[in-house]
Design a protein. Structure first.
Length: 169
């Protein structure tokens, strides 16, 4: 802006003093030069505004992508977790079994599966109600989880009344 103003000022000072140019031509030249300076300054300002808007849009898009990734992670967790016990659900159990008995090299030494059945669970549900049955399932899941010792062991409910513990290797 300052350079444009200085250039226009110099042009306005020296152009009318040029004896080789008529005053009408000098005035027309000054107007033409002034319009060019104005257009250059305006274009530069517009480019700056567009660059700032582009930057803000990119920031917004990055934030939206991060929010979407976070939402997808939550959905993935919900899709693989039993809502009552917080254990991995049957889908996760099936994926884990496929991985363990499929291409996982840790399975070369073998794998073990423990299935637990809660005796008389239906009677407990019928006699004390489903809320008490749910508390029983949560407590059984907690006890099993407390006793899983290795990071690659998995616990998942396989039905409404049982849990499975997968212990690869």
């Amino acid at each position: 802006m300052a350079i444009a103003g200085l250039a226009l000022g110099l042009y306005l000072v020296f152009q009318p003093q040029n004896p080789a140019i008529e005053h009408g031509s000098a005035a027309a030249g000054m107007l033409f030069f002034a319009r060019g300076i104005f257009a250059t300054v305006a274009a530069r300002r517009i480019m700056t505004i567009l660059a700032q808007k582009t930057f803000l849009f990119e920031l917004r898009d990055r934030r939206r992508v991060a929010e979407l990734a976070k939402a997808n992670q939550r959905l993935e967790l919900l899709a693989r977790t039993d809502p009552l016990t917080g254990l991995a659900n049957r889908r996760r159990m099936t994926e884990t079994l496929s991985r363990i008995w499929g291409s996982d090299k840790r399975c070369l030494d073998g794998a073990a599966m423990l299935m637990c059945d809660i005796d008389h669970f239906k009677k407990l549900n019928d006699h004390l109600g489903h809320a008490e049955g749910d508390r029983c399932l949560v407590e059984v899941a907690r006890i099993i989880l407390e006793n899983v010792r290795r990071d690659h062991d998995h616990v998942a409910p396989t039905a409404a009344k049982s849990s499975s513990c997968f212990c690869p290797g």
